[in-house]
Design a protein around this ligand. Structure first.
Ligand code: NAP
Length: 296
């Protein structure tokens, strides 16, 4: 069997086009230009690069960004006060605090200061709690997990009644993706670094989500024939044959998996582009919520 490739780049482009149309429609009915405030504490170069990509993507769909950089030595109180101030700014519909923050700052406490109707990353405890609670929905779903779900749905994977396995239990990917899959009626097993027999557990999965940050951990013989595999991992591995001296691989050994899986996301070009698309979707939604409330 040769797996179908789930083209995250193409699906993310569709979503960006949908968001651009949504922004026009919102403005057309008297709504605001959606505004996204980005906050970078310190000068982590990787974070700065991610933020640049997010701002460019936002500008392309008509979202205006307000970019803020706070000194690396900012205190907990200063960062929280700044985030709270953005909550009062009517031009700002979404607030993105880029993680990780410098050591010494309590990220969870900062995230909890974001107003939930502006929490476009979906990391506020209230939004995560609503995701976990039966019969309630969050205002915003975290962008990478939401991207995984869109990829599954648009690739035709059946979730209801399926057996899903999530590798990883982080706050930003593993745990919310598991909660989302449960909301979509999959039966979910979450594995972490202390889980025994991970290979055997993976082999039972109709839907396998790998979010561990371990290059090519998941081998071809871990995968159930015909399964849908979503590879969230972005790992840099040395490769002297390339100009840069490294290449990017996922958490799944792609060349092995492709012979076994029914469908699979590549790395790069799978989940990665979906994360930014999800942020744009959430920012548009935040502006729509603000407009609906102001006209109610
Ligand atoms: P993380 O916070 O480091 O969490 C990794 C998780 O994997 C932890 O829960 C850990 O278990 C578990 N784990 C580690 N080794 C394992 C093993 N051998 N077997 C089973 N579970 C294992 O990482 P993250 O932030 O979730 O990110 C995961 C990967 O996704 C990284 O490669 C990251 O770069 C990538 N990522 C991609 C995007 C995107 O846009 N595509 C977005 C975010 C992250 P413990 O809890 O026991 O430590």
């Amino acid at each position: 069997m040769t797996a179908r490739i789930i083209d995250g780049k193409a699906i993310a482009a569709e979503i960006r086009a949908e968001v651009a149309a949504g922004v026009k429609a919102l403005i057309g009915r008297g709504g605001p230009v959606p505004g996204l405030a980005t906050v970078l504490v310190g000068d982590n170069p990787a974070s700065a690069t991610y933020l640049r990509a997010k701002r460019t993507a936002a500008a392309e769909v008509g979202i205006v960004t307000f970019d803020h950089q706070l000194a690396g030595g900012s205190t907990q109180r200063e960062v929280e006060a700044f985030v709270a101030e953005l909550g009062e700014d009517r031009r700002v519909h979404g607030i993105l605090v880029q993680l990780p923050m410098p050591t010494g700052l309590d990220e969870q406490s900062v995230l909890a200061r974001i107003r939930i109707e502006k929490d476009v990353d979906g990391f506020h405890p209230m939004n995560l709690g609503r995701l976990a609670k039966k019969g309630s929905d969050p205002l915003f779903v975290p962008c990478t997990p939401a991207g995984c779900l869109i990829l599954l749905k648009r690739s035709g994977a059946r979730l209801e009644g399926s057996r899903a396995v999530v590798l990883g239990r982080s706050n930003i990917v593993g745990m919310p993706v598991a909660l989302l899959l449960i909301k979509h009626d999959a039966t979910v097993t979450v594995c972490h670094s202390l889980t025994p027999s991970v290979r055997e557990i993976c082999h039972e999965a109709d839907v396998l989500i790998a979010a561990v940050g371990q290059p090519e951990l998941v081998r071809g013989d871990w995968i159930k024939p015909g399964a849908t595999v979503i590879d969230v991992g972005i790992n840099q591995v040395e490769d002297p044959s390339t100009k840069r001296g490294f290449r990017i691989v996922g958490d799944v050994a792609f060349q092995e998996a492709i012979d076994v899986a029914g469908a699979i996301t590549p790395v790069p070009g799978g989940v990665g582009p979906m994360t930014v698309a999800g942020l744009l979707q959430n920012t548009l939604r935040a502006a729509e919520i603000a407009h609906d409330r102001s006209t109610a």
